[in-house]
Design a protein around this ligand. Structure first.
Ligand code: FMN
Length: 186
């Protein structure tokens, strides 16, 4: 198998999420790929360019939300990454809802929502990384199977290169595939 050297750029795959922030008393939503877990604790990070309108809201309120859009909302999701709340009001694009625990708007149309309380902030190459403790999680009822979020019903958007993709289908079970392979090797 030949390996080809490619440009040193992050090309993905990354999950596509919509961060929700309250700026000047109104919801604002920003598309991001720089979002993820940092450990086994209930903490997520998002990384926002320092000039983004959303930054102001995270700093003011100390909260942000991570909303997982489904592939059906790809156009609105991309739109939130094309226009800035500085010039265009994005507050009516989705139906917003709130949890009592924190002042960050969440999106009803997104199958999954996580409300995060900022616990740390690190500047990084012109971006701000916000680490947020997850204080509330919501799932749309129709995306549950046996009370758990069903990945195929959530149908998240994956970005890679210059395109968006949906999840496709299940290819294995976490920890089961590796354990079975381990048995085969011994
Ligand atoms: C697919 C995609 C991924 C993006 N990922 C990020 C990201 O991880 N961090 C970031 O700061 N901006 C990212 N952006 C750019 C912002 O979404 C965009 O500049 C947005 O208009 C900023 O909105 P705001 O000024 O209302 O906060 C991304 C845009 C797209 C389309």
């Amino acid at each position: 198998m030949e390996k080809i050297k490619l440009p040193n750029r992050p090309i993905g795959p990354f999950p596509t999420v919509l961060a929700g922030v309250e700026v000047n008393g109104r919801p604002n939503y920003v598309t991001i790929g720089a979002c993820g877990v940092v450990s086994l604790d209930a903490v997520l990070y998002i990384s926002l360019k320092s000039t983004h309108y959303s930054i102001k809201g995270v700093k003011e309120t100390g909260f942000f939300s991570v909303n997982i859009p489904s592939a059906e909302t790809v156009r609105k999701t991309d739109y939130c990454g094309v226009v800035s709340g500085k010039n265009i009001d994005k507050s009516n694009l989705f139906t917003s809802f709130y949890d009592d625990l924190g002042r960050a708007p969440m999106i009803k149309e997104c199958p999954m929502n996580m409300l995060c309380k900022v616990i740390n902030q690190v500047p990084m190459f012109g971006f701000e990384m916000f680490f947020g403790e997850i204080v509330a999680v919501y799932g749309n009822e129709q995306c549950l199977t046996d009370g758990k979020l069903d990945p195929l019903k959530v149908n998240p958007i994956i970005m890679m290169g210059s395109a968006y993709f949906n999840l496709g289908h299940e290819v294995g079970q976490i920890f089961k595939e590796g354990r079975e392979f381990k048995k085969e090797l011994t």
